[in-house]
Design a protein around this ligand. Structure first.
Ligand code: NAD
Length: 292
């Protein structure tokens, strides 16, 4: 069994980006600038945004963190987005999800300039993705594709079961893997909460992408021997033995599934770090597009 090491792979990608930034600096070009908007004080969101800003510093990007209170109105947030859209210093920006309940998430994502939408959530970019056109691929599916590619996992003609149909993970993942592209050309089944007899599907799968958000959901008896297993899940599970009071759990029962899988991503250290690396890659792309 081979661990698909997202920590190591993402470190390599960050080194590559850092090298590109050094060249940009030598050529007196502008360095990429990412802004992140955080509304409220959701613990997990604060951690994710903090990690994204830190990663920017590591590779030599400029970064700006905009922290807004949980009481921020939808209109105020839309104004902030308009400001970022019009700010020539900013190459790309993200609005960390989830947003407080009183704010319409869809309206907010629609307001982001598609050319600065480095999360790839804008309908224009999702549409481009489905049509095989160059776009910003949303970072988590993009990171999984990169991991499969770098580990040279054969995907052509393979049966992939994606568990979860969310707009940010499952759906784009299913589209990417069915496309004619590196780590693509697969036959894809997308499963969700209404799927009946999921185990019958997963047992037939060569590659399983678990993105449903239920800790340790995928058990060994649901997996074919030699399958490639990608665990996207990140859930905080209460754990009194930990100083912070919780542990991070994936959607895969790692201990038992690892014994059957040919390749598997750990949690933490798998898909999570890849997501951040691909956000940086998208920001670099946004900067290069704006400064050809
Ligand atoms: P979501 O809640 O938006 O979607 C969950 C999906 O799972 C839904 O489409 C639902 O139909 C499906 N589902 C729920 N129960 C199911 C069941 N019993 N059987 C089959 N399908 C079922 O979640 P999301 O935003 O896609 O995130 C999924 C998980 O991935 C979460 O744990 C999230 O924290 C994590 N995540 C990780 C990263 C990362 O960087 N590693 C990024 C995004 C999300």
């Amino acid at each position: 069994m081979i661990i698909l090491d997202g920590k190591q792979t993402s470190a390599k990608i960050k080194e590559e980006i850092e090298a590109q930034v050094s060249v940009m600096k030598q050529q007196n070009k502008r360095t990429p600038h990412l802004a992140a908007v955080l509304v409220g004080t959701n613990g997990a969101s604060m951690t994710y945004v903090g990690a994204k800003v830190k990663a920017c510093q590591l590779v030599g990007f400029e970064s700006t963190l905009i922290e807004l209170s949980a009481e921020t109105t939808e209109a105020q947030l839309l104004n902030k987005i308009e400001e970022l859209n019009n700010n020539p210093e900013i190459d790309g920006f993200i609005v960390q999800l989830p947003l407080p309940k009183h704010i319409d998430e869809q309206k907010v994502l629609m307001a982001v300039d598609p050319d600065k939408d480095v999360d790839g959530f804008h309908p224009m970019n999702v549409g481009r993705l489905t049509l095989d056109l160059p776009t910003f691929i949303s970072a988590t599916p993009y990171g999984i594709m990169e991991l499969l590619e770098r580990y040279e996992i054969p995907t052509s003609g393979k049966h992939v079961v994606v568990i979860g149909r969310s707009h940010i993970v499952g759906r784009p993942m299913s589209i990417l893997m069915s496309q004619k592209r590196a780590a693509g050309n697969a036959t894809v089944t997308i499963a969700h909460s209404r799927t009946t007899n999921l185990a019958a599907l997963t047992k037939e799968a060569d590659i399983i992408v678990a993105a449903l958000g239920i800790p340790e959901f995928l058990k060994a008896d649901m997996v074919k021997k030699g399958a490639v297993v990608i665990d996207v899940g990140i859930t905080r599970v209460p754990d009194a033995s930990k100083k912070r009071g919780y542990r991070i759990a994936g959607d895969v029962d790692f201990e038992s599934v690892a014994e059957k899988a040919s390749h598997i991503t750990p949690v933490p250290g798998g898909v999570g770090p890849m997501t951040i690396a691909m956000l940086l890659k998208n920001t670099l792309l946004a900067c290069e597009r704006r400064n050809p």
